[in-house]
Design a protein around this ligand. Structure first.
Ligand code: NAG
Length: 184
């Protein structure tokens, strides 16, 4: 075999490998993500698709942002939210396990109830607080974490014209990792 022929067969082998990888990748994407564009509720569902409910030129939506935080993060993460995107919420509430009034942090759970395993309870108690104090004053209630960044202008734009009293589902059904959502 000449050196040239050897090089050529090596090149063929390499090309074959690369083509194989690309094909396998595309196939995997297809298998795991095939339902990306199909709606995840049946036509009998009360959920409304984002394309049908929209009324253009509605009033700007009033959005209350509830951001979960904890005492250790108040001066760092929570303060960053407070000084940036939080300013563009109609109202910003931090749900924590300890009050800190300068930033609007409310202790919604006991100081001992702020651990990771109590996250759900903190979320629920946060929503309870928001519901009891602000239920009628805002159109939408956003739950976020203190390491979240939300472009509020885009969210405002997205929600504008949607009736907050009509359930609506944005996004897509996550079908990877065997996670399937069902709406009944
Ligand atoms: C959730 O938090 C509230 C308020 O601190 C507390 O009264 C309640 O016992 C907690 N529930 C659980 C299951 O931890």
């Amino acid at each position: 075999m000449t050196a040239k022929m050897k090089l050529r067969s090596q090149l063929h082998l390499l090309t074959g490998f690369m083509a194989g990888f690309v094909l396998a990748f595309v196939l995997l994407l297809y298998v795991y993500d095939v339902s990306r564009v199909t709606p995840c509720w049946s036509s009998t569902s009360t959920m409304t698709t984002a394309t049908t409910a929209r009324i253009e030129d509605g009033p700007p939506p009033r959005i209350l942002c509830m951001v979960l935080t904890c005492p250790e993060n108040v001066q760092s993460l929570a303060r960053s939210v407070y000084e940036t995107w939080g300013q563009r919420c109609s109202r910003l509430i931090f749900a924590s396990s300890e009050d800190y009034e300068p930033l609007g942090v409310v202790g919604v759970v006991e100081p001992t109830g702020g651990g990771y395993e109590d996250l759900w309870n903190k979320t629920r108690e946060g929503f309870r607080h928001v519901w009891e104090h602000y239920a009628g004053d805002y159109d939408w209630f956003l739950k976020a974490d203190d390491d979240t960044y939300v472009v509020m202008e885009n969210l405002q734009h997205l929600l504008r014209g949607f009736d907050p009293n009509t359930p609506v589902f944005f996004g897509y059904k996550m079908s990877r990792y065997n996670v399937l959502l069902h709406f009944e």
